[in-house]
Ligand binder design. Structure first.
Ligand code: PDD
Length: 295
């Protein structure tokens, strides 16, 4: 007797082909595998519309320029490739993961003379934080930022971030907040905002943090909604004394950090400025999803 089993097939894109994930293979000599020599993006998709696509593609270009790898596709080509992955994915809301590596070559640190980049696009499940988490906030922990000095590149070589993130996992926390030379840089996989004396503070973009797409949306919304804010370095003491701490990312959107290193942040609940920003973010997102606004 045979039993029919229906399993959803995930269609991915790899170097010119759309194929089931199970059938996708890369050569073991790919420099992404050997050296983590590549860059990536994670793009949220709502109602099958990629959110801030052009900004993600611009950041991809900046990452590629930084690692001196020619972009294998024009923005129009990327849009087409991503559109097909989005169409074929099961759910209306999803994430698109894309990565470009310097491709296969001999195991030599130096670049191959004529790189053949590997291009991979994968649909991801996208589950923004549940209502309860938004209402309770999350716990975070701090750690010294021991990463390199090019954290502005969205590089696939994420071992430092992986190790830093695991510190919070081991402590039962949602994120590790990183401190370098007495200042807040970002989270292991998110950007961090602080509210002090009613003022929203964001660390300035630099080589020490990833220029987050959600970070930009939050600052734009702060401007649009008259939320007083300043972009300037945030000292560790300010972080520890803050009334509110938030984390932002394409997958987590905006989430309040309500416990830091075991101490409550403010009164230990998401604060009023967070609640305003969260509502503004959801409004904006829904406007985008209804297609009434440029994404
Ligand atoms: N990470 N900083 C770091 C180190 C990150 O890895 C991320 C996102 C961010 C936020 O960037 P954005 O708002 O553009 O998502 C900041 C993604 C989601 C990841 O690696 O899965």
């Amino acid at each position: 007797m045979t039993t029919a089993v229906t399993t959803a097939v995930t269609t991915i894109y790899l170097n010119g082909h759309y194929l089931p994930l199970e059938d996708a293979h890369i050569p073991v000599m790919d420099r992404g595998f050997l050296f983590g020599d590549g860059v990536y993006e994670v793009i949220p998709v709502y109602s099958r519309r990629p959110f801030r696509l052009h900004e993600h593609l611009d950041r991809l270009q900046a990452s590629l320029d930084s690692i001196r790898l020619a972009n294998p596709h024009t923005p129009q080509e990327w849009e087409g490739l991503i559109a097909r992955i989005v169409e074929q994915a099961e759910s209306e809301d999803q994430g698109v993961y894309l990565q470009v590596t310097r491709g296969p070559g001999p195991r030599d640190h130096a670049f191959p003379k004529t790189p053949q980049p590997t291009v991979f696009i994968l649909p991801l499940a996208l589950t923004p934080p549940a209502r309860e988490l938004v209402e309770s906030g999350v716990a975070a922990i701090t750690a010294p930022d021991n990463r390199w000095l090019r954290c502005d590149i969205k590089a696939t070589s994420l071992l430092p971030n992986v190790l830093l993130r695991q510190i919070s996992v081991d402590a039962g926390c949602a994120e590790t907040l990183l401190l370098r030379d007495g200042f807040l840089s970002e989270g292991s996989a998110s950007n961090i905002f602080v509210v002090a004396d009613g003022l929203l503070l964001a660390p300035p973009k630099s080589n020490l943090m990833l220029p987050g797409i959600t970070y930009d949306v939050v600052l734009e919304l702060a401007r649009a909604h008259g939320i007083a804010h300043e972009v300037r370095p945030i000292a560790e003491a300010e972080l520890r004394a803050a009334c509110e701490v938030w984390l932002t990312s394409s997958t987590k959107e905006v989430l309040a950090v309500t416990t830091l290193d075991g101490q409550p942040v403010g009164d230990g609940r998401p604060g009023p400025v967070f609640r305003r920003m969260y509502a503004a973010y959801q409004d904006y997102k829904h406007t985008v999803m209804r297609g009434k606004e440029a994404v």
